[in-house]
Design a protein. Structure first.
Length: 50
């Protein structure tokens, strides 16, 4: 839900690092944009807390 790492605090993943395959096969720009937004929003919230 937050794209945060389960092993390292403050590490967030998005885009091709997730190895998500869309219906077109291979790289899916929609998932890259969505996961980037989610990871960025949650990384910002994490930074404010610390």
């Amino acid at each position: 839900k937050t794209m945060a790492s389960r092993k390292k605090d403050g590490l967030f993943f998005c885009g091709e690092i997730l190895d998500i395959h869309g219906y077109t096969g291979g790289y899916n720009i929609t998932s890259a944009l969505v996961t980037g937004r989610i990871a960025g929003m949650n990384a910002g919230a994490f930074a404010k807390e610390g």
